[in-house]
Design a protein around this ligand. Structure first.
Ligand code: URA
Length: 209
C-alpha cells in the first residue's frame, strides 16, 4: 500500500489545472508553482509541534500557542524545486535553505547527486525536500540520501505531481519520509516524463525549450 498525503484542497487543484495547461506561459507557470507550494507547505506543516504561551494583549493575557521543536530547513531539488522556494518561505520564513542537484547517469541509469549545499546545522533541523515532479523517484531518493548523510533524521518530501512508482520507491527506500503531493498521475512515458503531467517543469518555468 502506498503511503502519502494527497493535498487536494480546491485551491490547489485549480492551480494545478492551470499549470497542466500547455498554453500557460512561463511567468504564470512560475507563479502557480510558488502559490501551490505555499498552500502545500501549509498542509504539510499541520503536525508541527506547538507550545502554550501567555501573551500580553492590549486588553489582557491570551493563552496562546507558538511553534516549538526543531527549526526548519527547506531543500529544493534543482531545477524545478527552485520555483517552490518563495512559496514555502512565505510560510516558514525563518527556515534555512539548502540546494541539491541530481542527474540521471545514462550508463547506469542510476541517479547521481552532483551538487549538495546544505545548512551547516541541518542535522538539528526538520527538513522539507521539494521537487515539482516525483517521477521515477530517483532524484527524490538521492536527495533524501544526501540529506540523511548530512545528519537529517526528520524529513518530509513535497511534490506537486507524483506517480505511484515514484511514491513506492521513496516509501521502500526511505520509509521514515512522509510524502505530500497534489496529484498522482497515470505513469511515465518512455522518456520518464509523467503522463499526463505538465511536461518538463524546468523548461516550462524557465522557457528553455
Ligand atoms: N520532470 C519533469 O519536469 N517532468 C516530468 O514529467 C518528469 C520529471
Amino acid at each position: 500500500m502506498l503511503r502519502y498525503t494527497l493535498t487536494d484542497h480546491p485551491l490547489i487543484q485549480h492551480k494545478l489545472s492551470l499549470m497542466r495547461d500547455m498554453n500557460t506561459g512561463s511567468k504564470e507557470f512560475r507563479e502557480l508553482v510558488s502559490e501551490t507550494s505555499m498552500l502545500m507547505c501549509y498542509e504539510a506543516m499541520r503536525d508541527l509541534p506547538v507550545k502554550e504561551v501567555d501573551i500580553q494583549t492590549p486588553l489582557g493575557i491570551a493563552h496562546s500557542k507558538v511553534i516549538s521543536g526543531r527549526k526548519l530547513a527547506f531543500v529544493p531539488i534543482l531545477r524545478s524545486g527552485l520555483a517552490m522556494t518563495d512559496g514555502v518561505m512565505n510560510m516558514i520564513p525563518a527556515a534555512k535553505i539548502g540546494h541539491i542537484g541530481t542527474f540521471r547517469d545514462p550508463e547506469t541509469t542510476g541517479t547521481v547527486g552532483y551538487y549538495c549545499k546544505l545548512p551547516r546545522d541541518i542535522a538539528d533541523r526538520a527538513t522539507v525536500i521539494a521537487d515539482v515532479m516525483l517521477a521515477t523517484g530517483g532524484a527524490a531518493c538521492e536527495a533524501i540520501r544526501l540529506a540523511k548523510e548530512a545528519g537529517c533524521t526528520d524529513i518530509k518530501f513535497i511534490c506537486i505531481i507524483a506517480t505511484a512508482d515514484g511514491i513506492a520507491k521513496v516509501n521502500e527506500t526511505h520509509p521514515d519520509v512522509n510524502i505530500y503531493c497534489a496529484a498522482v498521475d497515470d505513469g511515465l512515458n518512455e522518456d520518464a516524463y509523467i503522463v499526463p503531467g505538465l511536461g518538463d517543469a524546468g523548461d516550462r518555468m524557465y522557457g528553455t525549450r
